[in-house]
Design a protein. Sequence first.
Length: 306
Amino acid sequence: MTAATAVRERTRRAPHDRGRPVLSRFRLPWRLVGYAAVAGLGLLYLLPFVLQLVTGFKTDPDAAAHPLSLLPTTPTTAAYQRLFGLSRAVDGVPFLRWLGNSALIAVLVTAGRVLFDSMAGYALARLRFRGRSVLFGFVLAVMAVPGVALLIPKFLVLNTFGLFDTYTGMILPLMVDAAGIFIMKQFFESVPREVEEAARVDGAGVFRIFWSVVLPMARPALITLTILSFQGSWNEFTHFLVSTQSGQYETLTTGLARFVSGGLGGGTQYPLKLAAALLSTLPVAALFFCFQRYFVSGANAGAVKE
């Protein structure tokens, strides 16, 4: 390289070399501003949950006089004692019965959805039968129908078959979910067919291939389906509203709705109501945070096909 060429090369690079520190000096403050904005929005989002937690340890007069205070004037656990039946006060809030009904229904519905949605998804993804495309079109159509439009048909069907105001009527219609079938079908279509062909050569049947070969590979999708099913059944309200009428079968959602509307005593009772609402959200939040990594990977499963 000649001296003239070297000079031209240094001249060409000089503006870029001079510009990098300047860009870095401007980029760092804007990055800090972005981090501060994200942190501020996060704190603003968490504020209602913090108020919910703090109010549960307040007295009724304190909660009514200082609803936005982040520190209770006289901290007390009276609200939680009343919810769990540890208080002498007769408040008529059967929280433990609501909790037991919600837990029973959520566990059974989740187990049913994981099993039946997986089987239906595998059948739509791998089995060849007449009308498969039409059947999958019906599944997609069910996902597009608003749940409110099915309330009266649900009530009529349950009442006709004698399932109204029973655990069977609360659980059975929720054990299959169109969205779960769609999730599992998309995942099974991403599984290489060579794996199933190898198992078929070894003499495995359709159900054996599904149960012993393909289903263990669908762990991320199964965890995603488990979280969504548990969350959906735990927070279900409209179906229980049309399938039950007696207090014996009330869940957390229907019981809290009646409690908040004033059906279980007068007064504001903010600490009691918010403590019950907080306890009802903890199981779903704990389940999500424990399996968050699998949930994200399962949600992306099936996006890339071979």
